[in-house]
Design a protein around this ligand. Structure first.
Ligand code: TMP
Length: 233
């Protein structure tokens, strides 16, 4: 997977994804960014993986139900891409064709990190499945919110116990610390392979400071894509 080998994304809109290990705060950062973009007048479409579409939500339940301990790594991989293929055709591609900014809570980099590195299926297998499922669709910019893996995992476990999150969504964050360390190493490998698209953002500190780091990454690309001046939220 080299920069040159990565196929171009479709023209017009701008596709941004958020990535990170469990409890890194990416969903909060994504919401902040979406709100900021809308305040600036951009048309924004959000996506979540797995999930987002009606079919995707059923796939998400299958994937994250802790009762499904017997699920094989390959089943997991293919279900992730089944959800993604549906989201691509129902949500992402139409929004990009309209010229929207699409902001996605996870995309194929999650599959590279979790199934490729975490489960040990390898990046090549994941990228082959990617081509079959969504062809050349890839984010223009990916922001990986980097926090200490163990601290984030503890935060995610605490959140699962104390909030309204359905207990049926815990199968993957219940994996061992070693698994999550492999996921983190997977993200670091992607950052080395694709430094211009895949940016590590320091996720330590308060929400507003992290949000400013996110905005600093997004703003130049917004200006380039939509020919705007530096945008103040
Ligand atoms: P979320 O908690 O960020 O919504 O993600 C759901 C879980 O699914 C999380 O543990 C990461 C995992 N996941 C994968 O293992 N592979 C993937 O391709 C995606 C999108 C998510």
């Amino acid at each position: 997977m080299t920069e040159a080998a990565r196929p171009a994304s479709p023209p017009r809109g701008l596709f941004i994804s958020f990535e990170g290990t469990e409890g890194c705060g990416k969903t909060t950062q994504m919401r902040l960014l979406v709100d900021g973009l809308r305040r600036c007048g951009f048309a924004v479409t959000s996506n979540q993986e797995p999930g987002a579409t009606s079919i995707g939500r059923q796939i998400r339940r299958l994937l994250l139900d802790p009762a499904h301990q017997e699920m094989s790594a390959m089943t997991e991989l293919l279900l992730m891409f089944a959800s993604r293929a549906q989201a691509a055709s129902e949500i992402i591609l139409p929004a990009l064709a309209r010229g929207d900014v699409v902001v996605s809570d996870r995309f194929t980099d999650s599959t590279l990190a979790y199934q490729g590195a975490g489960r040990g299926l390898g990046f090549d297998t994941v990228l082959k499945a990617h081509r079959i499922a969504v062809g050349s669709l890839y984010p223009h910019l990916t922001l990986c919110i980097a926090v200490d893996v163990e601290t984030g995992l503890n935060r995610a476990h605490h959140r699962n116990q104390t909030t309204h999150l359905p207990v049926t969504e815990t199968r993957l964050d219940q994996q061992s610390l070693e698994f999550h360390l492999r996921v983190s190493a997977g993200y670091q490998k992607i950052a080395q392979l694709e430094p211009s698209r895949f940016r590590m953002v320091n996720g330590e500190g308060d929400i507003v400071s992290v949000g400013e780091r996110v905005w600093a990454e997004v703003n130049p690309l917004l200006c380039k894509t939509y020919d705007t001046q530096n945008t103040n939220r």
